[in-house]
Design a protein around this ligand. Structure first.
Ligand code: ZN
Length: 225
């Protein structure tokens, strides 16, 4: 069984056989999330950066489930200080797990929270599960790396922030989708807060005009990957 479930905002849950991999698990305070981690098998938690709408419940979930947080080293060390299990890596890492691999790539963003003035640099994640590639862009502006990532890794799914204000908006996200050569684009990081409200239809139309598929998952919807 291989499944990618959207939990709202930038949070996703990947299930692969006996592994459960959470990405940016912003559950508490996320108006769209309906996810009870106590009912799920969670083995890894991947974090793109330290902002609270991405770090989310990661530390509590790690403490409860024993799941290992994988994050840039400054953020990972902070999680360890707080009692979580974590491995600290850096941009450029290509990590192999029994369920797949994760590359830590750049994101054009910041990484901190009120309790952690410097959380290292922000990351994006290229996940490969049995040859299915999922690119989670984290929070980022439009950046030239998208062209390199598209050329080198040709991600099937691109999970792209479209809300603007804190990240790129719909026009830049459509350009990013083109640079990534993504087969299927799943928008994220929009409509959670008033200042990241967008007209989703406009994004769908932009992708449609360039011949790319948008799959706007509703919270708790999933795709079989
Ligand atoms: Zn952020």
């Amino acid at each position: 069984m291989r499944r990618l479930t959207y939990l709202g905002h930038s949070a996703f849950f990947i299930e692969k056989d006996w592994d459960g991999i959470l990405i940016d698990p912003f559950i508490t305070g996320n108006p769209f999330a309906n996810f009870d981690y106590k009912q799920k098998r969670i083995t890894y938690i991947l974090l793109t950066h330290a902002h609270l709408d991405h770090l989310g419940d990661a530390i509590a979930i790690s403490k409860h489930t024993g799941a290992i947080i994988v994050a840039v080293v400054e953020l990972a060390n902070y999680c360890i200080e707080k009692g979580a299990k974590a491995m600290g890596v850096n941009i450029g890492a290509n990590l192999k797990f029994k369920w797949g691999s994760v590359r830590f790539l750049q994101a054009l963003h910041t990484s901190s929270n009120p309790d952690l003035p410097y959380g290292g640099v922000a990351a994006s994640l290229l996940i490969d599960i049995d040859g299915t590639t999922i690119y989670h862009a984290g929070d980022t502006a439009l950046m030239p790396d998208f062209a390199m990532i598209g050329e080198l890794y040709n991600p099937y799914y691109a999970l792209l922030p479209i809300g603007g204000y804190y990240t790129m908006g719909i026009e830049e996200a459509a350009i990013a989708a083109k640079m990534l050569f993504a087969m299927e684009v799943i928008p994220m990081h929009y409509n959670t807060f008033p200042n990241i409200k967008v007209n989703l239809r406009e994004f769908i139309d932009l992708l449609d005009a360039q011949g790319q598929k948008c799959n706007p998952l509703k919270p708790n919807e999933y795709v079989e990957i």
